[in-house]
Design a protein around this ligand. Structure first.
Ligand SMILES: Nc1ncnc2c1ncn2[C@@H]1O[C@H](COP(=O)(O)OP(=O)(O)O)[C@@H](O)[C@H]1O
Ligand SMILES: [Mg+2]
Length: 260
C-alpha cells in the first residue's frame, strides 16, 4: 500500500503539491488525471523517491521513504519501476541490452539475488515477447518508432518484475491504435505481475479503459477519487468536459441523429 500524507512541494514559491493526501491500495490500477503542468510527473517522482518534498510523507508498505537516506531508500524503491514520459531508453544500447539493464545492475526484487546470464536472457526475451518486440533484439532505439520505444521501455520495466509500477503519460503522442495497444499491455502486465499500478495521464480514453479507480489532480491536491462509473458522474466542470469527450457521438449528437 502507498500512503501520501500532507505532501507539500513548491518550486520558486509556487506550490505544486499542496498538502496532498492519497492512498493507493495494493493490487489496484489507479489512474490520476490532470491537465498539463498540474504536477503529475512531480507526484510520481516523489513516490519513487527521486524528488524530496518540502514537508509531508510518502509511505511505501508502511515505510516513510521521505526520511530515508541512501542506501536505505534503494532497498524500498528497488521494488518499483517507472515508465518515463519520454521512454528514456539508453541510446547507445540495443533493445536487448536496454531491456536487461536493471537486471544487470540490480538484484532480483523477489529473490534478492543477481540472475544468471541464462535467467537474464530468458526474462528479457519473455518481456520482449509480451510487447511484440522479440524479433527486434538487436535494433537500436534510433531505429524504433515512438510506439515501439514505449513498448521497449515497458519491456525493460516488466523484465525487472517490480511490485509497484509507475507510468508517466504512457500514451501521450501515440496514434489511437498504438495507444490502445499500450492500454491493453498495462492491464495485461498488472494481471501478470499482480502488483500495484499508478498511471498519470491527461488521456481520458486511456484512463477510462485502464482504471480500477480514477483520481483528478488539481491545485496540488487530489480533488476527487472514485470508481470510473462514479467518477464520471461527479458534478464538476472539468469532469463534465472529460465525460463529453468520452461520448461516442460527435458534438453531443445522439444515436439516430444524422451527421449533417
Ligand atoms: N525541478 C523543477 N524545478 C522547477 N520547477 C519544476 C521542477 N519540476 C517541475 N516543476 C514545475 O512544476 C510544475 C508541474 O510540473 P509537472 O509535474 O511536470 O506537470 P505535469 O502534470 O504536466 O506532469 C510545472 O510548473 C513545472 O514547471
Ligand atoms: Mg508530466
Amino acid at each position: 500500500m502507498i500512503e501520501i500524507k500532507n505532501l507539500y512541494k513548491s518550486y520558486n514559491g509556487n506550490p505544486v503539491l499542496n498538502n496532498m493526501n492519497l492512498t493507493i491500495n495494493r493490487n489496484e490500477i489507479l489512474v490520476i488525471l490532470g491537465r498539463s503542468g498540474v504536477g503529475k510527473s512531480v507526484l510520481l517522482k516523489h513516490i519513487i523517491g527521486i524528488e524530496q518534498p518540502d514537508s509531508g510523507s510518502v509511505f511505501i508498505n508502511n515505510v516513510n521513504i521521505t526520511t530515508l537516506k541512501a542506501p536505505k531508500i534503494y532497498e524500498v524503491v528497488q521494488n518499483m519501476g517507472m515508465l518515463f514520459q519520454n521512454a528514456a531508453l539508453f541510446d547507445s544500447m540495443n533493445i536487448e541490452q536496454n531491456t536487461g539493464f536493471y537486471l544487470s545492475h540490480n538484484k532480483d526484487p523477489l529473490t534478492k539475488k543477481f540472475l544468471t546470464k541464462e535467467e537474464k536472457k530468458e526474462r528479457v526475451v519473455s518481456a520482449l515477447k509480451m510487447v511484440d518486440l522479440e524479433n527486434d533484439l538487436k535494433k537500436m532505439p534510433s531505429d524504433l518508432s515512438g510506439g515501439m520505444k514505449k513498448r521497449a521501455a515497458l519491456a525493460r520495466m516488466i523484465a525487472y518484475r517490480p511490485d509497484i509500477l509507475l507510468y508517466d503519460e504512457p500514451t501521450t503522442g501515440l496514434d489511437p491504435i498504438t495507444s490502445q495497444h499500450i492500454n491493453e499491455l498495462i492491464v495485461k502486465i498488472q494481471n501478470e505481475l499482480r502488483g500495484t499500478s499508478i498511471i498519470v495521464t491527461h488521456d481520458i480514453h486511456s484512463a477510462w479503459f485502464i482504471a480500477d479507480r480514477l483520481a483528478l489532480h488539481r491545485d496540488g491536491r487530489i480533488a476527487f477519487i472514485d470508481t470510473p462509473n462514479n467518477f464520471i458522474e461527479i458534478d464538476d466542470p472539468e469532469i463534465a468536459y472529460l465525460k463529453k469527450s468520452l461520448t461516442c457521438y460527435p458534438r453531443g449528437r445522439t444515436e439516430g441523429e444524422k451527421n449533417v
